[in-house]
Ligand binder design. Sequence first.
Ligand code: TUI
Length: 312
Amino acid sequence: MKTEVTELLGIEYPIIQGGMAWVAEHHLAAGVSEAGGLGLIAAASAPAQWVRDQIHAARKLTDKPFGVNIMLMSPEADEVAKVIVEEGVKVVTTGAGSPEKYMKMWKEAGVKVIPVVASVALAKRMERCGADAVVAEGCEAGGHIGESTTMTLVPQVVDAVKIPVIAAGGIADGRGIAAAFMLGARGVQMGTHFVVTDESQVHENYKDRIIKAKDIDTRVTGRTTGHPVRALRNEMTRKYIELEKKGAGFEELEKLTLGGLRKAVVDGDVANGSVMSGQIAGLVKERMSCQALIQKLVSETDQLMKGMGFYE
Ligand code: TUI
C-alpha cells in the first residue's frame, strides 16, 4: 500500500491515527506505529512537559516514526510547538485552527507538517505556507468538526491543492479506505476504531459505549456557540441541546462540558462526560490490537482495490 503519504512519512501503510485529546497517549501512538501506521500523541490542552514525557515514553516502545497533534486553541500551543522541534519529532498534525505562525520554525527543523482542515480555503492556505500534506476531515468525525461531509470535502480539497490529501471522518474499515482513495485521497486518518483497541487506555465504559453505539447515536453540541463537537448521546448532550434550544449563552453551556472529556475517558462517567466519537461508531463492533486492526484494514482494502493499479 505505497502512496505519496507512506513515502512522505516513512511508514508502511497510509493509515494515521487521529490526534484524540486524552485518548491519544504514548501506548496507543506506539501501538499504531509498531503496526505500520502513524501513531500520534495528542497534546490537547496538556502542559508542554507532559508532551515531552509522552514522546520519551513512546520512544521506549517503538523505533518507528510517530507524530504529535497540536490543538491550536490550547493555551500551551506555543510551548508544545517548541517541544516538537527540541525533541526531534518527525511529524506534526494540527487541529482547531491555523498553524501558520509555527510553520517556519517547523519547516526549518525538518518536521513534516500536516494540518487538519475542514474547508478548501484553509487547505489552500496551508499549502501556500508550506504544509507537506493536509488531512481533510469531514463532519462525520468525532470531536470538534466543520460543516462539510467527508464525501463532499475530500474531492474538493483534492482538486484545490497539489500536496497529498488524507481523508478523515467516517472511516473504520477497508470499504471506507477504498472509498477515500476513490475520492482522491492518498491516505486516511481514523479515530473512533482506535479508541477501542487493546492499546487504548480509555476507560472500559467509554469503549463499551462505542461498541454498543448505533448509526444514529451521535449528537452535535455547540452549533449555536460556533464550536460544534460530535459525541455519543447521553445525559450531557441531552441537557446541552435542550439549553441551546432555549437560547442559553456560551457561559451556561460551557459549564456542562468543562472537563467533560476527562470525565468520560479517565473516570468512565459516560453519562455526564463528553464521549467524543465519530458517526462510524455504529460500524465498530470488535475490540482488537492495533496490529490486528491495521492488518484487517489492509487486507480489506487490498481485496477491494485488487487489480486497479492504484498503488504499487
Ligand atoms: O481539532 C479537531 N478535533 C478536535 S479538537 C478537540 S479538543 C476540544 N475539546 C473540547 C471542546 C472543543 C475542542 C476535539 N476534537 N479536528 C480538526 C479540525 N479542525 N476540525 C475542524 C477544524 C478547524 C476548524 C476551524 C480548523 C480550522 C478552523 O479555522 C481556522 C481558521 O483560521 O480558519
